[in-house]
Design a protein around this ligand. Structure first.
Ligand SMILES: Nc1nc2c(ncn2[C@@H]2O[C@H](COP(=O)(O)OP(=O)(O)OP(=O)(O)O)[C@@H](O)[C@H]2O)c(=O)[nH]1
Ligand SMILES: [Mg+2]
Length: 242
């Protein structure tokens, strides 16, 4: 099974090279697609240098910071349209998602189900987060799960692996959110279309280096987007399927 891993980056100059090395050392038939939004710290140039010497690495350079949600949807769509990978994975660049966990997600996704890396199932967990951040994450998950009736413990994580045949049936161009809210939205759409979703335990670690990009605007979008999705689901004219 061939896999392409989509990685959005914004100011990840300290992480992108070691992450690509770690991924390419896995026993997987794997390619990497980096989606960089003109990172001021030179991540895009570093990624391009990697891509120039390693044909398994590609880079999409976007002209400005357009949000991690659109970076994911753009990259996932590009992978569908421009590669033949059987599985399309996604992960953050900051080592919060341990590259050595990717094979377990890949293994699950080969069974025609969306593999969702989960901190909140047996065997999963979080390292180096204070009580406040843990509480916020748990509360955000409970909020989204309840409003969208999603029977998934971790709907806000980005470490996932999609079978091509499932991802290609989700209309990525109609995904509404641009920030973190894309993450629950895509699961909501997949569930709504009847696809199987399986949670795979992961240990999530606080980013090693670099800065968080969470802003108030992104938080507000995450809060309000669930109501938009619920409203669309309830209103007769809305069809979330392609
Ligand atoms: N292309 C692109 N990538 C982004 C953007 N915002 C964030 N990212 C990337 O998306 C991933 C997740 O962002 P993080 O800043 O780590 O968000 P977080 O995990 O909630 O915050 P931390 O606590 O700092 O880890 C990382 O790989 C970022 O580099 C963006 O606007 N564009
Ligand atoms: Mg992070």
């Amino acid at each position: 099974m061939s896999v392409i891993v989509v990685i959005p980056t914004y100011n990840e100059a300290d992480n992108i090279v070691p992450l690509c090395k770690a991924l390419l050392s896995l026993a997987l038939e794997l390619e990497i697609l980096i989606v960089d939004d003109a990172s001021p710290d030179g991540t895009g140039e570093l990624a391009q240098e990697l891509a120039d010497t390693e044909c398994k690495i590609r880079v999409i350079h976007r002209a400005e910071k357009l949000g991690l949600g659109t970076a994911y949807t753009h990259g996932l769509n590009w992978a569908l349209e421009n590669t033949n990978a059987n599985l399309i994975a996604q992960m953050d660049a900051d080592f919060s998602h341990d590259p050595t966990s990717l094979p377990s997600l890949v293994e699950v996704a080969t069974r025609n189900t969306i593999a969702v890396g989960s901190r909140y199932v047996m065997g999963g967990g979080i390292k180096n987060w204070g009580l406040g951040r843990r509480f916020l994450s748990k509360a955000a998950n409970l909020y989204v799960r309840t409003i969208l009736s999603l029977p998934i413990a971790d709907v806000t994580g980005a470490f996932r692996c999609w079978p091509r045949c499932i991802l290609s049936k989700i209309d990525l161009s109609s995904v509404q959110a641009s920030g973190f809210a894309v993450l629950p939205e895509m699961l909501f759409r997949a569930k709504h279309q009847g696809f199987s979703i399986t949670e795979v335990p992961i240990i999530f670690e606080e980013r090693r280096v670099g800065q968080s990009k969470l802003t108030l605007g992104i938080a507000v979008e995450s809060f309000s987007n669930v109501w938009y999705l619920r409203w669309r689901k309830l209103s007769r004219h809305a069809d979330l399927s392609p």
